[in-house]
Design a protein around this ligand. Structure first.
Ligand SMILES: Nc1nc2c(ncn2[C@@H]2O[C@H](COP(=O)(O)OP(=O)(O)OP(=O)(O)O)[C@@H](O)[C@H]2O)c(=O)[nH]1
Ligand SMILES: [Zn+2]
Length: 341
């Protein structure tokens, strides 16, 4: 199935390469130093929705004046992408009142960028979300049957982007996920179990607070059920551009952000596939800090896979020097690296 494999990498969407691969850091989202004098009066906001050239932008977030402005892109941005989660500078009418329109004149540096390569369901590379620091990987315990390899693909995308993955097992009323979860024992992943009889609202809210969390999952796993349970109706409207622009439904590739307490959850309704052609294996290794340190003793260009000659990690594991957890972690690392083909 398409979302299990990497297709040919074809026409890549153009975007600003300089703005990616910045690891999350607490000082992220600082404004650029070179500001154009004519935009000194710009206001900064968070993009929460993207719908055919119209951006829903939350300005004055967390203040009594917080509201949503609608914006279009300024010509001077050229082909630079603007995605959900971006912090942007706006000029023009940012009042958000009916019919108002502002312009995005700058996209601020991103602390993370989750993207997927082109694959056979989609010919262009796409950026899914900017500035997320957590990824909620939603998997059903049954119906549809959980697949470790699909979760591996999400994990690879998260680690590559420097985003912390969290596993949510839904439909635990239908099956016991313990056996499935054993696949991820080496990753020290946070796991949340969920079922509609026993919804872990408090646990999820605590986990989302203060973070920007992107939710991913294959169709039918119960991701919408989860988001709906978390997002009060009143909040839900805030994510919609339609009610302001009067344009129709979202396109399948759009993403949408919902405020949950002090955090945001970004739903990705159309994202079914995860081409990983762009992923750099070094970024995966970096997410395994303990192993990355040891791997400095590996030969140059070492793949760290079981058949890799003179791999220091493989050698340590074979001699029982990694310990039980270390060996599990190496297994996980190798599985993720082999996902890249
Ligand atoms: N038994 C059981 N069913 C659930 C649970 N959560 C969701 N479902 C059902 O699973 C089906 C799919 O749920 P959705 O929330 O629509 O799944 P989704 O992942 O958003 O799927 P798409 O809408 O295709 O993206 C629905 O019929 C839900 O009622 C659960 O915890 N237990
Ligand atoms: Zn190695």
């Amino acid at each position: 199935m398409s979302w299990m494999t990497d297709g040919p990498e074809e026409a890549y969407e153009e975007y600003d390469e300089s703005s990616i691969r910045i690891r999350p850091n607490p000082k992220a989202n600082k404004p650029r130093t070179k500001q154009r004098p004519e935009h000194n009066n710009s206001v900064t906001g968070r993009v929460i929705s993207v719908d055919r050239g119209r951006y829903g932008v939350i300005v004055a977030e967390g203040s009594p004046e917080e509201h949503r402005a609608i914006a279009t892109r300024a010509r001077e941005l050229g082909r630079k992408s603007i995605v959900t989660g971006d912090f942007v500078d706006l000029v023009g009418d940012t009042s958000g009142v009916d019919g108002s329109l502002s312009r995005v004149v700058r996209v601020q540096p991103r602390s993370s960028l989750l993207r997927r390569s082109a694959d056979d369901t989609d010919a262009v590379e796409r950026i899914i979300v900017a500035n997320a620091d957590q990824m909620l990987i939603v998997v059903a315990a049954a119906n549809p049957e959980p697949r470790p390899r699909l979760v591996d693909r999400y994990l690879v995308a998260a680690f590559d982007a420097g985003i912390t993955p969290i596993l949510v097992l839904t439909k635990t009323d239908l099956a016991d996920p313990t056996e499935f979860l054993a696949n991820f024992a080496g990753l020290q992943l946070r796991v949340i179990r969920s079922s509609t009889d026993e919804f872990p609202i408090a646990e999820l809210e605590e986990m989302l607070a203060g973070h920007t969390t992107v939710a991913v999952g294959h169709s039918g796993v119960g991701k919408s059920t989860l988001v709906n349970a978390l997002v009060p109706d009143a909040n839900r409207a805030i994510g919609r551009v339609n009610d302001v622009t009067g344009r129709g439904r979202h396109t399948s590739s759009s993403t949408i952000s919902y405020r949950i307490g002090t955090g945001w959850i970004v739903d990705t309704p159309g994202v079914r596939s995860f081409g990983l052609g762009h992923v750099n294996p070094d970024n995966i290794l970096k997410s395994f800090g303990d192993l990355a340190e040891l791997a400095e003793k590996c030969p140059r260009g070492c793949t760290h896979l079981p058949d890799s000659p003179d791999c220091y990690l493989v050698d340590r594991a074979a001699k029982g020097k990694l310990g039980e957890i270390g060996a599990l972690r190496l297994d996980s690392l190798q599985r993720l690296l082999s996902t890249l083909g």
